[in-house]
Design a protein around this ligand. Structure first.
Ligand code: ZN
Length: 311
């Protein structure tokens, strides 16, 4: 299971990229999904800051269109994951595809658009990318503000719809606002540990402990500069797994590759085609039951619980 990739954004930026072509110039492709027996892949809708206000909704719509036309295809193994009643990833031999919004700026400050995103199949929302928007501040926004009034209304509507909130990229203040005052399932879909690699995008031990306590999920990220400040390797990724496990998070871990999100790569883990090799490395170091938890079961437990009863 992979909790985060940026294939839709890549395809939106460059229409020559083809998810179904093994030489499609993407880190995540259909041949790789089949080869690595992926059961759940999250697809982020990401509107970069270069897109001006007023055009962000359109950019998000175009990515949703790519999802339903270029990823989900009749006769292929990709099916949208909107509810457990509709699709159970543990029983089908298909790969379920979860549509997630990364950055609430795409709703252009209009809560009714959030309801429409839901109707289009979006079940998870990362409130911000790195900077501030109408809902909250991102982690790179110097002032480090928390949730806005609008953000609180936004989250209330997410709760009403039955959505999942993603706290990766969020400012620390907004993270704690959510922990303290919002009753929603929480995932940090692609975030590592600051104690292991001191980058602001990584989670502090206090944040990790709060996520564990809330039965949230933490997706370990493969981006070199979130893995290690000096020499990012696969062994460096294992240090993040070990650290979270040492804080009691064995049942909260999964992976959020960030494939297709960045150009720099960890040697031996450049794309989904190398995932089986990564799995072998995990199996050499951890018991099979633990690898199964991190690779599928923890995420499955979380999503099956929180996407139950959705329509
Ligand atoms: Zn991201």
């Amino acid at each position: 299971m992979d909790g985060h990739c940026d294939v839709l954004w890549r395809m939106w930026e460059d229409p020559t990229k083809d998810f179904y072509d093994e030489h499609g110039n993407l880190d995540v492709t259909y041949p790789f999904i089949v080869q690595s027996e992926m059961k759940l892949q999250t697809f982020a809708i990401f509107v970069p800051p270069s897109v001006r206000k007023g055009q962000r909704l359109m950019a998000a719509m175009e990515q949703i269109n790519l999802f339903y036309n270029e990823i989900i295809k009749e006769g292929k193994r990709m099916i949208p994951f909107r509810s457990m009643e509709e699709t159970d990833p543990s029983t089908s031999d298909q790969c379920v595809a979860l549509l997630a919004l990364e950055g609430a700026e795409a709703i252009e400050g209009n809560i009714s658009l959030l309801r429409i995103f839901y109707r289009l199949g979006v079940r998870q929302v990362g409130l911000t990318w790195n900077f501030a928007n109408e809902v909250a501040d991102g982690i790179m926004e110097e002032r480090g503000g928390g949730l806005t009034q609008f953000g609180r209304r936004f989250l209330k509507e997410m709760k009403h719809l039955g959505m999942i909130v993603d706290v990766s990229h969020l400012s620390e203040a907004a993270f704690w606002d959510i922990i303290e005052s919002v009753d929603l399932p929480i995932v940090a879909s692609h975030s590592n540990c600051r104690a292991v690699c001191s980058h602001r995008r990584n989670l502090t031990d206090e944040q990790i402990q709060a996520l564990i306590q809330r039965k949230g999920l933490i997706g370990i990220n493969f981006v070199p500069y979130f893995v290690s400040e000096q020499n990012p390797t696969i062994t460096g990724i294992l240090r993040h797994l070990d650290h979270i496990a040492s804080l009691g998070g064995e049942d909260s871990l999964f992976f959020g590759s960030d494939f297709d999100g960045v150009v720099r790569k960890i040697p031996g883990l450049a794309n989904m085609g190398e995932l089986n090799h990564f799995k072998d490395k995990l199996l050499r170091r951890y018991p099979e039951e633990v690898v199964r938890k991190w690779g599928f079961e923890n995420g499955y437990r979380f999503y099956s619980e929180h996407l139950k009863g959705n329509h």
